[in-house]
Design a protein around this ligand. Sequence first.
Ligand SMILES: Cc1cc2nc3c(=O)[nH]c(=O)nc-3n(C[C@H](O)[C@H](O)[C@H](O)COP(=O)(O)OP(=O)(O)OC[C@H]3O[C@@H](n4cnc5c(N)ncnc54)[C@H](O)[C@@H]3O)c2cc1C
Length: 290
Amino acid sequence: MQANNTAKKVVIVGAGISSLASAVLLSAKGYKVVVLESSKTYGGKIGLLTLGGATFDAGPSLCTDVATIDDIYISAGLNPRDYWSYLPTSEITRYFWQDDFSYIMPAGRAQIERSIVRSFNVNIKNLSKYYAEINSAYQKSIPVYLDRQPSLLSTLSPRGVRAFAALTPFLIQYLHIRNVNKLQDPKLVQLFDRFATYSGSNPYIAPAVTALAGALELNDGAYYPIGGMRSIVEGFYNAAKKLGAEFVFNSSVLSIKTLKGHVAYVVTKQGQIKANYVLYGGDVAICQVC
Ligand SMILES: Cc1cc2nc3c(=O)[nH]c(=O)nc-3n(C[C@H](O)[C@H](O)[C@H](O)COP(=O)(O)OP(=O)(O)OC[C@H]3O[C@@H](n4cnc5c(N)ncnc54)[C@H](O)[C@@H]3O)c2cc1C
């Protein structure tokens, strides 16, 4: 943990999961963190619906990469179990079609492949190849793009070149087209088109690289965060507050003015805040301020 960043102020735009995780890590490193969120609460797409005393997750419902969430707490010097907990599930997802056909995807690679072959019109060789390709591209991407900030050096290294070669077929094709070509059965194609929704994307216009999210559930299964998906962002919010991050809700960032010497002004309706660094955690497509 570093304590030499106390004078530096970071303004984080948005309080979705990415911003909250950043608020935890940056506060732990000694930065003075201010999070500006346009809505009245934190969590972004990971929302909560309360109906008649019962609560429902609004938005994401499938939790996979729990180790990464735990790592954020550990990197911040916190015990993840003080903030959230989870249980592995024996099922990943349930699918229902309008013609009453349904399918339950179990956890575990062998179980998934067996059950898909039993339920859909696909041969095991094609299915295994599909999974092997996404898994190989995903594994090769981890050390170059996911575990660290990619640099020119890491992308041009032999490992970087291998990762890029494995990713290329996924970057030049839409997910839906790849699924049609590789899997044929229309219902199975719909099922695998779901991988794009991990990032809220449309499989008809999203690159096939979105299929790599499937490697997570394939290798590691799915988890029930105790208390629902909302507990993930609740944990990050509580941790960030504990570490000193300040949250301002109902505060829409209208523009960011950059000045010389690592200084910016983040402009909201209420006024402007001077910052050494600004981190934008909103949607790219609706970004009015970048
Ligand atoms: C329908 C749906 C289902 C999904 N299902 C899953 C799933 O099952 N599993 C999974 O892992 N992922 C799923 N995802 C993807 C996942 O929800 C997102 O990747 C993730 O929540 C995005 O978090 P984020 O912090 O990047 O952005 P967001 O959650 O979008 O947060 C951005 C925040 O920034 C705020 N903001 C934006 N602009 C400004 C501004 N100018 N000033 C101040 N605040 C601003 C917004 O109000 C918002 O709170 C799903 C997505 C969707 C849409």
